[in-house]
Design a protein around this ligand. Sequence first.
Ligand code: NAD
Ligand code: ZN
Length: 353
Amino acid sequence: MVPRVVFGKGSFNQLGQILSPERKNGAPFIYLIDNVFENNKTFIEDRIHLSGNDRLVYISTKEEPKTSQVDELVSEFRNAYSFTPSGIIGIGGGSIMDLAKAVAIMMNNTGSATEYQGWDLVDNKAVYHVGIPTISGTGAEVSRTTVLTGPEKKLGINSDFTPFDQVILDPELIKEVPKDQWFYTGMDCYIHCIESLNGTYLNAFSQSYGEKAYDLCEEIFLENTLDKEEADAKLMMASWHGGMSIAYSQVGVAHAMSYGLAYVLGTKHGIGNCIVFDKLGDYYPEGVALFKKMKEVHNIELPTGVCANATEDQLDIMASVALGLVPLWENALGKNWQEKINADTLKAIYRTL
Ligand code: NAD
Ligand code: ZN
């Protein structure tokens, strides 16, 4: 679990105060920031107190984080400094937070990030790292994974060293997120709840967080009566609770299939989950029915024909990436999941997207 968190409008202003005791013998803090803020630098930079050889790196989130990108950043920072940084601070959505977590891990571990994709493969504690979400829903701010696309798979580095040492949840940072993206990433949280609450891994711990996040999602996306400020604050909490729920259970069919889609076509996580989940009425009937209502409330039109031009080979790879995520299927369908799902069934669903 994340050991330290502050929450509240304006709490981002406390960053300097939070970091100062963590500075080690002049070693720098490295800030990885979504480059969407490059057009509005003062919004973030005015509230970061750079000193010494601290470094700001703006990162494009056009594509989701890759193992090669992590390796390149780590090598660049190792070459630039003769000592380990005091900390890595990720300011952005799931993409940037995952990148920050992975860089923090790899600064203290050898080899390539690809070697650590999986469960509990990390040897050494990560460098101190801080997560500051600027869009809410993924739960990356609280989870014990950092999802990376590598040459062979899209899979997280799941480990006890992955979670942030500190998170700052400031609802003011998410207020400018464009509507479609707000919905897609918000639905990631809703889908986490559905997959966790309907999974065989469910237990009292994950259920209590999942139910809270589910109720918040209903309030935000279905009832739609909150004012913007209240909705933003609640969405931050929904994302946190949804992340806590899956941290102690698992996701399911939509995530497995969305990973396959992302691996082959590069479809991003939030929108990819929505596109897949929309067609999973057989697996999550109530959850999908409610999702369709939420789409209606917010006039969201999902892309269609996503796999229309996919070749047979590509569909095979999608299915194989999805089926490789064993814990997700075991959670969704039980221990004998292999008797209930196969590549042909998945390919038939992919063709409908
Ligand atoms: P994202 O980080 O890719 O950002 C989506 C878009 O929103 C980008 O264009 C970004 O520039 C923009 N954006 C971010 N903050 C903004 C702001 N304040 N104002 C305007 N625009 C803003 O999207 P995401 O959905 O948050 O994250 C998706 C990533 O998270 C994927 O890589 C996925 O694999 C990962 N993920 C990780 C976990 C985990 O537990 N580690 C869980 C779910 C998803
Ligand atoms: Zn997700």
